[in-house]
Design a protein around this ligand. Structure first.
Ligand code: ARG
Length: 285
């Protein structure tokens, strides 16, 4: 009985956590992601915008000069053309932007279980830029699940900065999050029971003071090194900044084979063939 109920409850949770990906008005006075500070320049960070909108709906990472990795749930139900803003740090200062020519969504992406939450955006020509540092990030080498607790990580984004209020920052934010071993994460109950080795849990398990939040999805979880490496993609959470409910990220190193096989686009019309709405049929019991 209880087991049967989980997929629906989980769908609800997913929808709630994923739904926050859109919109909001920037508020320069709130200095956090959840518990974070203004980020230094991140030459690999990109933000995803509906054409004509200043407010990003998701983040992403440049992994080749014309290839962005983001979360599948950010782009699976796109209704509008998307612009990618490169090396974005400050919403008042519109950077170089480019159109998305094609999208590859991981074929095993499961919206209800939020597994395989990754997609590749193939960019159109990137015009020469003036002075702004734009540089792809390297993907971290395979890391065994069990080793997670040793690696200091940080998450970057323009997502919501208050736990329960749609307040969005005008500047790129970052916060250090502690990796949580898989063996701990999958004892946290509810949707965490479904966390797999190709995902990473990270946050502030005891206090919940540091976390990603709505609008950070798709963005990078990186090693907190001088030359950071890409470790994860912001995927989901249960609320934001809640003790005992860490963020869950797609573990990029687990998908390197798929990424390498899709460096050239396999779909050429990004907005035509995509499903328009998730969950609708089976969302309500
Ligand atoms: N799914 C959210 C988004 O679309 C990100 C949620 C991350 N939540 C968390 N508590 N770490 O932006």
């Amino acid at each position: 009985m209880i087991l049967n109920r989980w997929p629906r409850i989980f769908s609800l949770i997913s929808l709630l956590t994923l739904a926050g990906a859109c919109g909001g008005s920037p508020s320069p006075s709130t200095p956090q992601i959840i518990g974070g500070k203004r980020s230094l320049a991140a030459p690999y960070f990109v933000s995803l915008h509906y054409a004509g909108s200043e407010q990003p709906f998701c983040g992403g990472s440049l992994i080749e000069k014309d290839l962005v990795i983001t979360a599948a749930h950010c782009v699976v139900s796109l209704a509008h053309p998307v612009e990618v803003w490169l090396a974005m740090k400050d919403l008042d200062n519109k950077p170089q932007s480019t159109a998305v020519e094609a999208i590859d969504i991981h074929p095993l992406y499961t919206p209800d279980g939020v597994h395989n939450d990754l997609a590749l955006l193939h960019l159109g020509p990137v015009a020469p830029h003036s002075g702004r540092r734009i540089k792809p990030i390297e993907i971290a080498a395979e890391s065994p699940h069990a080793a997670d607790k040793a690696i200091p990580l940080k998450v970057i984004g323009f997502g919501q900065t208050a736990r329960n209020e749609a307040i969005f920052p005008a500047h790129l934010m970052s916060v250090e999050v502690d990796p949580i071993p898989g063996s701990t994460c999958d004892t946290l109950g509810g949707p965490y029971d479904f966390v797999r080795a190709d995902q990473i849990c990270a946050g502030d398990l005891a206090k919940g003071k540091r976390d990603a939040c709505y609008g950070d999805s798709g963005g990078p979880l990186v090693t907190a090194d001088k030359v950071p490496q890409l470790f994860g993609i912001v995927s989901w959470g249960v609320g934001c900044g809640v003790a005992g409910k860490p963020g869950v990220y797609t573990r990029v190193s687990s998908f390197v084979k798929w990424i390498n096989e899709h460096k050239k686009p396999s779909i050429s019309a990004p907005h035509a063939a995509l499903p328009s709405l998730l969950y609708e049929d089976d969302f309500f019991p």
